[in-house]
Every structure is written in C-alpha cells, then in structure tokens.
Design a protein around this ligand. Structure first.
Ligand SMILES: [Zn+2]
Length: 372
C-alpha cells in the first residue's frame, strides 16, 4: 500500500495544475456517490438489524467500531439514512453534489412528501449556517427564557438512558414527521452535542453554554455595577453591554476611529511643517501601528489573497501584514505597498517570491533561535 501511494504521488506530480484540479473534482464526485450509496446500505442494514446481529449495540457503534468511520462522520450519515427510503431525493441531491452531507442531515427531519423537492432545491449550494437560517424561517424554534441553572452532575459511570435502551425516535419539529414509515422505521438517533448558538427566529438566536462559578459571580457583579435589577432576566442586555465595552477596547476598527479623531485635530496644527518621507527607502520592516490599522481597514479586515478563479480568501483571524513588493528588494513600508494576508497565504506568497527552500531554511533558523 505504501509503495502504491508512492507511485501515486509520482503520477500526480507529473500532472499540470489544470489536470490536478480536474482529477480532484472527479474524486469529489465519486466520493459523494460513495457516501450516498453507503447511506443506502446503512438504511438496509438497519431494517435487517445487521449491526445488532453482529453484536454491536447500535448501528452507530457498528459504524465506528465495525466500519472505522470517525465519530464526527457518523451522525449525519445516520440522520440521512433515517429518511432515505422515504426521500431518496436526498441521496440524489448528495450524489449530484447539489447539497452537502451536513445540509442533507439538517433537512432530513423537516421533509414531507409535499415539500421535499422544494426544500432540496431551495438549499442547493447552501452552507450549514444558511440552511439553519432557512429552516428557522420556515419553522421558528422556541426562544429560550434567560436563566442560570445548575447543571445536574453526571458521571461517566452513569450512562443516559438512550445509551442502554432502544434508540429513541428522531427528534423533529413536526410530530407528523417523526412517525416511523411503515416497514422501514428510522435507523436511529445518533448522539451529537447540541449547538451552542442556533438561530431561533430569523433575527433571534438561542445561546446555550455552561460556565463556572467565577463566570457567574462576574456576571452578577457586572449587573450590580450597571445597576440592572433582575440580572437573569436581563442577561442579554448585560452581556451585550460587556461585549460593547470589550469591543470598544479591543476592536482594531474602533482603535482606528479613535486615532483618526485624535489625528484630525493634530493634523490641522502641523500641516505647515509636514515632511514627505515617502520616497526614501525604509530602514526596517517595522510598520507603524497607525499604518497597519489603516491597511487592515482598507482591506476590510480579511485576507486579500485571490485564488486562481478569483475567489477571495475568507480568513478574518490571524491576519498578518505583508509587503506586496518584497521588502528585501524595494524597502518600502508605503501604505499602498502593504496588504493583509492570513498566515497560510503569507507563507504561500513568501515561498512564491523567495522559493520554498529559502523560506523553510528561514523558518528552521527562527525555530532554532527560539529554542534555548
Ligand atoms: Zn488567506
């Protein structure tokens, strides 16, 4: 097998970039078709109770221990398998890559004979987030009452009833959908942790998280400081205020706004003795923080790297300032010559300009100098 992949690498090294892309796309098509077919198998195994017969306590356990699927991969497959006989359109959408597996699993409990075609076509190409928003628009969820509750203590030795008994029916917003289909009952409900943040109504979100005593004390203290009575009921108001304060302090956009205000008054005074240093070569790579802030603002706080097909990278964290014209040659810290890139694209660009060998050597040197 190792030899096989060594040969495979030798083979794909010889492909042109276009051929490499086409080959990857072909693999995605065959992967999606395989997933759809595997899901059909799971539905059939479920009706034959194959997993139970093999000694696994559930199809979920069989998928993980018998088929070696990753724990993260199983719930979505089972959610889709649950309804795949009734709505084979889901499998078709998957195989044809119109919807992703994640989206198919989200849609599964909401399908009816009347809406299946429409829902799948509406969600074609949607991300998980967009699909969740679509679903709450057609079927709003209850909005949480704000509350602080002590979480019941559970131990590892105290399995929840669902772990030991027959699988519960699939949770569903609509009672009519959770009723098992004749001959082919739902496969099973896989365990998956509930999402922390979920849309409840088109413009309302439910948050759910656990925090320690210290967090609770801080929260109540903040309510006192803000003079808010009934802290729990006004949880959203209090937390929003805390977020405003944190953003005011930490958000580079706000910093830039403040700096601009300060400077606009200072500029008025010093306009007469302005010195233009623009064309002189810079002595170091150091970029003044005000310049860095302006470049971040200009580039919209997002990596500006454009892919071959013109797609802009969507990274918004871990952004780095990059010299568009190599600093070693042009020695310019001019605002127009700077841009922001994510770490991965910064490295990619550095390798393109200086060559991968040179960059790898630099990284190794840096690592060496850091270690004692
Ligand atoms: Zn990027």
């Amino acid at each position: 097998m190792v030899e096989e992949f060594r040969h495979y690498f030798t083979k794909i090294e010889k492909l042109s970039s276009d051929e490499l892309l086409r080959s990857a796309q072909k693999l995605v098509v065959s992967e999606n078709t395989s997933i759809a077919k595997l899901i059909a198998h799971l539905a059939e195994m479920s009706s034959r109770k194959t997993a139970l017969k093999l000694g696994y306590n559930s199809l979920y356990q069989y998928c993980i221990e018998g088929l070696n699927l990753s724990e993260g991969a199983v719930p979505a497959r089972i959610h889709v398998a649950n309804v795949s006989r009734r709505f084979p359109q889901l499998l078709v959408g998957l195989a044809e890559r119109r919807i992703s597996l994640t989206v198919a699993a989200l849609l599964a409990p909401h399908l009816t004979e009347d809406n299946v075609e429409q829902v799948i076509s509406d969600c074609a190409g949607k991300t998980r987030k967009k699909t969740e928003e679509y679903l709450v628009a057609i079927k709003p969820k209850p909005v949480f009452e704000p509350s602080i509750r002590k979480r019941p203590a559970t131990t590892a030795l105290d399995p929840s009833p669902r772990d030991t008994t027959a699988p519960a029916p699939a949770p569903s917003m609509s009672p009519s959908l959770s009723s098992p289909v004749l001959n082919h009952p739902p496969v099973e409900t896989p365990k998956s942790s509930p999402s922390i943040l979920q849309p409840a109504r088109p413009a309302i979100f439910n948050f759910r998280f656990s925090a320690d005593m210290e967090f609770k004390d801080k929260f109540e203290r903040l309510a006192e400081v803000m003079g808010v009575e009934n802290a729990q009921k006004n949880m959203a108001v209090i937390l929003e205020k805390a977020l405003d304060i944190a953003l005011e302090k930490k958000d580079p956009k706000k910093k830039l706004e403040r700096r601009r205000k300060r400077q606009s008054s200072a500029k008025e005074k010093s306009r007469s003795n302005e010195v233009t240093e623009k064309d002189e070569p810079a002595k170091s790579r150091y970029v003044a923080s005000e310049v860095s802030e302006r470049v971040h603002d200009r580039d919209g706080y997002q990596c500006v790297y454009l892919g071959l097909d013109g797609r802009r990278c969507t990274a918004r964290v871990g952004l780095q300032l990059d010299h568009r014209k190599p600093f070693a040659i042009f020695r310019s810290n001019d605002e127009a010559d700077l841009r922001i890139l994510c770490a991965s694209h910064n490295l990619l660009e550095a390798e393109r300009v200086y060559g991968p060998a040179f960059i790898q050597q630099k990284i190794a040197e840096q690592r060496k100098s850091r270690s004692p």
